[in-house]
Structures are given as structure tokens and as C-alpha cells.
Write a protein that binds this ligand. Structure first.
Ligand SMILES: Cc1cc2nc3c(=O)[nH]c(=O)nc-3n(C[C@H](O)[C@H](O)[C@H](O)COP(=O)(O)OP(=O)(O)OC[C@H]3O[C@@H](n4cnc5c(N)ncnc54)[C@H](O)[C@@H]3O)c2cc1C
Length: 420
């Protein structure tokens, strides 16, 4: 994000994140890549030391009360470390947000403070084996009330931090009789040490190593009723708020990943020679870099706009549906742009870009996930078109707006306007 678009606090956060990113030892990234490091807690400690975890939370819980713009400017910087670490960084914001918005004082005291101090690491256990896109429709995990507890049964798939996290924010069916599933699901906090919580499959992944990505199983996992987030059967509302950081962080991190690749490729093109000149002097190379840079700058601008919209949502100045549309656009654009930018970077670097001599191959493998998780590109498009159709179907949308359709030369030929 352009520095001049940020206020003083946001700039300070961005620079702090940049400095922290610079301080992360390359050996840590190499050790994650070679799968010696399965879940790099050290990275959380580095961020806790820099006091940049849970940036948005109230100061009484160790946060900085940052705007979304400030927080996302930090995540953009984290993207330079690749998706594993930028995701690991972002999870504090993702799982903390529902607690911040819906949680009790006790939950905030324990979990928000735990996140900002680096003492507790939270993960999100949302996706199930039966489906991620149609989560509410396909959900099978149940949470049945028993005295002053809830008993959870079911399983959650592809959970980053499945191995390594201290607690999970999860969703389960709490009212199996609800005809509308969005009114029969609740959100919960499940501590790692809950009896009945087991880590099963550890996934072998194409990229994004080191996230401890696992399937976790709840078998009669009994949690205290105090671990309910928000209202009983109010999980859908919690989920919608959680999706703000979920998608914004992927969008912001993607810009950083793409920029890292383009910087490496540009540096390479400035030195590498072919046909008597540096390859950057060949338009086929330099235009590819220029196009990627332009697209990434556009994506970053959209992340900025979406973050501003999220800030307006906080002030209740825009409806959630509008914020959801813009945030989905940012996630869709950024992740797709990142993918093509890293791919372009690899092309510019030729064969050496495909090797582990440069990190482009890692960034490429990492980048592919951006189009799938936190809502796939298709799901983002569904949300965007759905919200837009709703917007333009409201008569007030057309208040003071020109009806361009009537500018057609033969606008009055109504008998030619046949729709079925
Ligand atoms: C490495 C990794 C880490 C992850 N981390 C987490 C995590 O920490 N926590 C968590 O809860 N989840 C996590 N996920 C899960 C991720 O969010 C889901 O994989 C994703 O939402 C897609 O769900 P699915 O895999 O069940 O695919 P499905 O929902 O089965 O979809 C399959 C395909 O069908 C398409 N599709 C579905 N419906 C439609 C439609 N109506 N129109 C057009 N296309 C459609 C999808 O876009 C997709 O291409 C992770 C996944 C991976 C691979």
C-alpha cells in the first residue's frame, strides 16, 4: 500500500512489520521448506517481540487498536515471507476478530491477550471433509448441550495449526432441528487440551509447508458453555464477521508474495544477458514485468479500498453485504494476480527460476493455494455477482443515477426487448 495513503499510525505499523519481516532468519524459512520445522513457533515469538500481533485489538488486551488499513498494510509486508508465514501471522487477526466482536470479557482477557503476547496461538477449524465452499449446507459436526457443557462430534479438514495451535475457533450444528441451517449453527472456542480432540491426518502439501496442516477430530469433546462465541445458534453472524479478516488477509498477503517474486525477477533481468543485451532490454521480458507490477499495484489499491470499506463497516457506515462484495473482489483479484505475477517471474528467470537456487518455485507453489482457500475464486465470484444483483434490484440504487439504457438510438423499440 502506498505510504501516502496511510495515516501516521498505519505507516508506523507497516514499517514495524517490514522491519520484523527483514529480521526473520532465512534459515527458518529453509528449515520449514525442508520440512524439518513443522510448526515454527519461533516466528510467533519474533512477532510478539516486535509487538505486532493482534494489531486491531483493544490496548487493554495488548493490541494497538489499529484500523483494518493498518493491519492489512502489515500483512502485505508479511507476504514477502511467503504464504505459510503470512498466514501464520494473519491467523491471530482471523480467529481473534470474532472473539473481539462477540466474545465475553473473560474470553477476551484469555484469548486476545494470549494472541497479542504470543502465548496462545489460535487456528480456525471451519472446513469439513464434506465440503468447504458450501460449509453451512454440508456441515456435519454437532455440538449438543449437556448440562453446562457442549459435546462436540465431527471432524475438520485442512486445518492450518491443526498441529501446533493452542486453541481452535470452530463451528458446529447446535440446533439439528433448524430448518434454516444458518440459524442452527454456533461458534465455539476449543482448547487444544480438550479430551476427545485428536489430530489425525497430517497432510502432505504442494506448498505452504510448516503450517501444521491437519485433520482434527472431535469425539465426544466436551467444552464448557463459556466457550460459546456470541449467541447460541448465532454462528452465521460470527462467521460473516470472521470472513472479513479471513479474506482480507489472503488478499493483502498475496500482494506481498507477488511483489517479492517480481522484485527478484527484475533484479535477475537487469543482470542476465541474452542476444547481446541484458534480458530486461527485450520487450518480451520488460513488458511482462511491467504488466505484473501494474496488476499488483492495482490489486494493492483494491486491498486498500476493501480495508477502508471494512473500517467504514466498523463505524456502521456501510452494510455488511457491501463490505463482503468489495472484500471478495480484493481476495479474488489479489490471489489471481499473485499467481500470474509469480508465474511471470518464473518465466523471466528461465530454467534457474524452476530450481531451488531461487525462491520463485516456492512462492509459486505457495501462491496456488491463494485461489482455493478462504473461499475459492469461484465462491468469490458467486458472492460478488449475488451482492451486485441484490444492489441493483433495489429501486433506491437508481436514485440520481443515469439510466444509460435509454441512450440507445432505438431505445423506444420496446417490442424488440424480448426476455423470454
Ligand atoms: C493447505 C490448505 C490449508 C487450509 N487451511 C484451512 C484452515 O486453516 N482452516 C479451514 O477451515 N480450512 C482450511 N482450508 C480449506 C479451504 O478453505 C477449502 O479447501 C476451500 O474452501 C475449498 O473447499 P473444498 O476443498 O471442500 O472444495 P469444495 O467446496 O468441494 O469445492 C471444489 C471445487 O468446486 C468449486 N465449487 C464449489 N461450489 C461451486 C459453485 N457453486 N460454483 C462454482 N464452483 C463451485 C470450488 O470453487 C472448487 O473449485 C485449507 C485448505 C488447504 C488446501
Amino acid at each position: 500500500m502506498e505510504d501516502f495513503l496511510l495515516n501516521e499510525n498505519e505507516r508506523e505499523i507497516k514499517y514495524l512489520a517490514r522491519k520484523t519481516v527483514k529480521s526473520v532468519p532465512s534459515d527458518l524459512i529453509r528449515s520449514i521448506e525442508s520440512e524439518n520445522e513443522k510448526f515454527p513457533r519461533e516466528f510467533i515469538d519474533i512477532n510478539a517481540g516486535a509487538n505486532i500481533l493482534g494489531l486491531r485489538y483493544p490496548k487493554i488486551y495488548g493490541g494497538r487498536e489499529s484500523s483494518w488499513v493498518g493491519d492489512m498494510s502489515a500483512v502485505e509486508e508479511m507476504g514477502y515471507l511467503g504464504f505459510t508465514l503470512s498466514c501464520m501471522y494473519s491467523l491471530g487477526t482471523i480467529v481473534g476478530e470474532p472473539i473481539n466482536k462477540f466474545g465475553t470479557k473473560e474470553q477476551k482477557e484469555k484469548y486476545l491477550r494470549g494472541i497479542t503476547s504470543g502465548k496462545l496461538y489460535g487456528a480456525e477449524a471451519i472446513t469439513e471433509p464434506s465440503g468447504g465452499s458450501d460449509l453451512f449446507g454440508m456441515m456435519k459436526t454437532t455440538a449438543i448441550k449437556k448440562g453446562r457443557s457442549f459435546v462436540l462430534n465431527g471432524q475438520k479438514r485442512f486445518i492450518v495449526g491443526g498441529q501446533g495451535a493452542d486453541f481452535f475457533v470452530t463451528y458446529a450444528i447446535s440446533d439439528p432441528s433448524a430448518t434454516n441451517r444458518t440459524r442452527g449453527v454456533s461458534a465455539f472456542i476449543v482448547d487444544r487440551n480438550t479430551p476427545g480432540l485428536k489430530v489425525e491426518t497430517m497432510y502432505g502439501l504442494m506448498g505452504n509447508k510448516g503450517g501444521g496442516t491437519a485433520r482434527i477430530v472431535f469425539k465426544d469433546a466436551e467444552i464448557p458453555e463459556e466457550n460459546l462465541i456470541g449467541d447460541l445458534n448465532g454462528g452465521y453472524d460470527v462467521f460473516n464477521i470472521m470472513m472479513v479478516p479471513e479474506r482480507l488477509t489472503t488478499a493483502a498477503g498475496s500482494v506481498g508474495v507477488g511483489m517479492a517474486a517480481i522484485e527478484i525477477a527484475t533484479g535477475y533481468a537487469l543482470r542476465r544477458k541474452a542476444f547481446g543485451s541484458k534480458i530486461i532490454e527485450h520487450e518480451g521480458v520488460s513488458f511482462r514485468l511491467a504488466e505484473s507490477l501494474t496488476a499488483l499495484t492495482g490489486a494493492s489499491a483494491l486491498v486498500y479500498e476493501a480495508s477502508r470499506v471494512a473500517d467504514e463497516l466498523e463505524k456502521k457506515k456501510v452494510p455488511l453485504a457491501y463490505a463482503r462484495k468489495i472484500i471478495s473482489m480484493a481476495k479474488l483479484t489479489s490471489s489471481e494476480t499473485m499467481w500470474s505475477a509469480v508465474n511471470n517471474a518464473m518465466q523471466v528467470m528461465g530454467g534457474i527460476g524452476y530450481t531451488t537456487v531461487y525462491p520463485i518455485e516456492r512462492l509459486l507453489r505457495d501462491a496456488r493455494l491463494g485461489l482455493i482457500w478462504t473461499g475459492s475464486s469461484e465462491v468469490m465470484k458467486m458472492i460478488i455477482q449475488h451482492e451486485f444483483v441484490k444492489e441493483i434490484s433495489r429501486p433506491e440504487y437508481w436514485n440520481n443515477r443515469r439510466n444509460v439504457e435509454q441512450d440507445a438510438l432505438d431505445f423506444k423499440l420496446v417490442e424488440e426487448k424480448v426476455y423470454d
